[in-house]
Structures are given as structure tokens and as C-alpha cells.
Design a protein around this ligand. Structure first.
Ligand SMILES: *Cc1c(COP(=O)(O)O)cnc(C)c1O
Length: 405
């Protein structure tokens, strides 16, 4: 029998063979025939690449859409191996690594918009993406309309204008965990000649963007692939040759790349991403279920819970779940009491980011900027990122805090 816990871990389990094999040196490669090779791609530090003659340099220089480089700013071997592995996980054609998850969002928006365009962004999006749209994009005369992440098809069609070039999506929403109907968004975008860009950070590895009509998939590799809270990195993946050329040209023009040490850390983190996240997803669901039984808790926002509003779409489109979800407390609880509780936790670190091996907590209500009504009510709420800890220890810590509210 498949339990809910099996279901949140299934997609992670299926990734493991791919994670072990792709993006490593091949011992059968000509270069290694007489010398053998290390298991892992070595870190290569360098700006200048030297060539035996000008002809060779010119030849490599014209191949900028492949995984070669005439200069360090076009990437190093370890960056290119990381790109190969990300593209394989996403089932895309190719990937561009950039300096952070936020840079992945902004580079993608700059690549697929121009002055005079209109862009639709979900009201539930990652805060810094909103700030970029409201300041830089606006300055370049790209107008943004924020839409309800749970919008219906007819209402979305009504928001489309002749100059709408991009529908941006993020599923589930940062903090509020609304699951978006991605195939519907793709249908509306494509009927209008627009592209669908998805921030797939939560769904990375368990949501196949290009099977659901997405044109451009964005990740913060800082989260699951890094996995150890020791690196900041982003990726943009596309499915077609023409989109790849457009993306690669933009990344080179913007000087987007990442250092070899960060790429190496992400590549190393990816080898164990499947086992880490399967375990973290199981623990997160167990804790989410336990929280729903507590009288201090009004709602738990986790799409794998059967009565979550996004549950049906999650079951239809995702092969697993992430370790990140939110908890809304009863309206009778004051914000001050919640903050005292958060300060008292011993197993949860107080800090930004998520997806690492350690568990984290952050209050969420005050930090959410919205243009539309909805989102979280005024009740105090907090977000948990569940790590590799023993679930019993995390539950004991939460129980201790909740019972003193
Ligand atoms: C963290 C995050 C980002 C930004 O990633 P950084 O690497 O921290 O810049 C973007 N989108 C989502 C959904 C995130 O959670």
C-alpha cells in the first residue's frame, strides 16, 4: 500500500541513478585513456585559457553554445558538468548557471522581456522577484500586473494584453504554498504568443517543467542541490535550441557565471540530494500531520495534506514534496507570543533560506507584500524548513514551544 509518506518521497527515490552518474568525467574519454581519471570533476580555477595557436582559439570561440570556453567568464569544466546534470534532472535541453537564485529570476526576466512589454507575476512570488519587477523592470518600461496564484482560466485570459510576453509562475508560492495550475497557465500564455517562466525551486527534481508546458525553468541551487547552507547559486534551464541560444547570449552579455568552488559544492550536494530530500520530505509530512492535530494551530499549509486546497493539483503534477511548509496559529495567539515561542526552539535555527540539512524556522506574516486581497490572514504564522534531524526531536521541540503559548 502506498502511504502519504511514500508519495512525498517517491520522486526523490527515482532520481538517484541519474544523480549518481551524470556530470562526471568519463574514463573512456580520449583524454583519460592512458591516465585514468578522478571520480569527480576537479575544480579548475582560471580566467585565461591558453591555446596552441590562433586557429584553435577561434574554433573554440565560435562554439559558445557548447560546453567549451575561451575565457573563464564563459564557465569552467565544473560549471559545465553542473549544467549537464541540472538539464538532465529538469529534462531540458541545456542549463545556464548564474550567481544566485535571485540572479536566475532576474536574468530570465531580462532575457525574455523588452521595453513596452507587459508581464504577469503571481501575487505569492518570492519577495525579491517582486522588488525587481517593481523597480528595474519598470525602469526599463516593462509593466507588471500581479495575479492571484489560484486564478481561473477565464480571469487569466482577461488579464492578457496584446503586449503580454511573459507569464511568470512560482508553485507552490513562497510562504503561502498555493499550487498553481501550470498546464493551464501554459495554455493561456501560448495562445497569446507569450512564454511561461517558472520559478521551480520547491519543485526541482519532483516537478518536470517541460512536460507541463513551461518554457523556462528557474532554480535557486542554494536550496536542495547545495543542501548544506554553504553556497549561493542559481540555474536557468530551457527545452529548445533557439531558447538556449537566446539564454546563453544574454548570460554572456550580463556576465553571468559562478565560481568553480560553488559549482563543485552544488555538484557534490546533488549526488546525495535524492536520499536527503526523500528523508526530509517524509519527516516534513509527519510533522505537518502532527501539527494539524494541535489546538494552537489553525491551518498547516502543505500541499501533500489531503485537505489542502492545492492537494489535487499537487497529486496530479508532482512526484514528491519539498521539506518546506507554513503553519498558521489560532487568531487568539499574539505575534509576541509566537516570537517568544520561536526564540525558545532549540532544534530549529532562526535564519533565511531553506532546503539544507538543518532545520529552520522564520515568522512569515509581516514579511509578505501583496497587491491583492488574500494570502495569509493576520493570524501569526511561521515557516518551517525540515532537515535531517530525528523527527521525534523536532516534534518534542515544537510541542514544548506550542504548549507554552
Ligand atoms: C531562495 C529563493 C530564491 C533566491 O535564491 P538565492 O540563491 O537565495 O538568491 C528564488 N526563488 C525562490 C522560490 C526561493 O526560495
Amino acid at each position: 500500500m502506498t502511504t502519504d509518506e511514500d508519495r512525498v518521497a517517491a520522486g526523490w527515490d527515482r532520481l538517484n541513478s541519474l544523480l549518481v552518474h551524470i556530470g562526471r568525467p568519463d574514463p573512456r574519454d580520449e583524454r583519460f585513456r592512458s591516465t585514468g581519471t578522478q571520480v569527480n570533476t576537479p575544480v579548475t580555477r582560471g580566467s585565461t585559457v591558453l591555446f596552441p595557436d590562433l586557429d584553435t582559439m577561434r574554433k573554440v570561440g565560435t562554439e559558445r553554445y557548447g560546453h567549451t570556453a575561451i575565457y573563464g567568464a564563459m564557465g569552467t569544466p565544473v560549471q559545465h558538468d553542473l549544467e549537464r546534470l541540472i538539464a538532465a534532472i529538469e529534462k531540458g535541453r541545456d542549463t545556464q548557471i548564474v550567481s544566485s537564485g535571485l540572479a536566475a529570476c532576474t536574468t530570465a526576466l531580462l532575457t525574455w522581456t523588452k521595453a513596452g512589454d507587459h508581464c504577469l507575476i503571481p501575487d505569492s512570488c518570492y519577495g525579491p522577484t517582486r522588488r525587481f519587477a517593481d523597480s528595474m523592470l519598470r525602469r526599463f518600461n516593462v509593466e507588471t500586473t500581479y495575479y492571484d496564484p489560484l486564478i481561473r482560466e477565464t480571469d487569466l485570459r482577461a488579464l492578457m494584453r496584446p503586449n503580454t510576453q511573459v507569464i511568470f509562475a512560482e508553485s507552490p508560492g513562497s510562504h503561502t504554498f498555493e499550487i498553481q495550475d501550470i498546464p493551464m497557465l501554459a495554455r493561456v500564455a501560448h495562445a497569446n504568443g507569450a512564454r511561461l517562466l517558472l520559478d521551480n525551486t520547491w519543485g526541482f527534481g519532483i516537478f518536470a517543467p517541460f512536460d507541463h508546458g513551461v518554457d523556462v525553468s528557474i532554480q535557486a541551487l542554494t536550496k536542495y542541490p547545495g543542501g548544506h547552507s554553504d553556497t549561493v547559486l542559481g540555474a536557468i534551464t530551457v527545452a529548445s535550441e533557439s531558447e538556449w541560444h537566446r539564454l546563453r547570449d544574454a548570460a554572456i552579455q550580463l556576465g553571468q557565471l559562478a565560481g568553480p568552488d560553488d559549482c563543485w559544492l552544488a555538484l557534490r550536494g546533488l549526488r546525495t540530494m535524492g536520499v536527503r530530500l526523500a528523508r526530509q520530505a517524509r519527516t516534513a509530512l509527519k510533522i505537518a500531520k502532527w501539527l494539524t492535530s494541535r489546538s494552537e494551530v489553525a491551518r498547516v499549509l502543505h500541499p501533500a495534506l489531503p485537505d489542502d486546497p492545492g492537494h489535487k493539483l499537487w497529486k496530479r503534477d508532482f512526484s514528491g514534496a519539498g521539506p518546506l511548509f507554513s503553519v498558521v496559529l489560532q487568531p487568539s495567539c499574539t505575534r509576541k507570543a509566537m516570537e517568544t515561542m520561536i526564540d525558545s526552539f532549540t532544534r530549529f535555527g532562526i535564519g533565511a533560506s531553506w532546503g539544507g540539512f538543518e532545520s529552520l524556522v522564520l515568522p512569515t506574516t509581516g514579511g509578505i507584500v501583496r497587491s491583492l486581497p488574500g494570502g495569509l490572514s493576520e493570524s501569526p504564522a511561521f515557516r518551517l524548513s525540515i532537515g535531517l534531524d530525528d523527527p521525534a526531536d523536532l516534534i518534542a521541540d515544537l510541542e514544548h514551544g506550542l504548549s507554552r503559548l
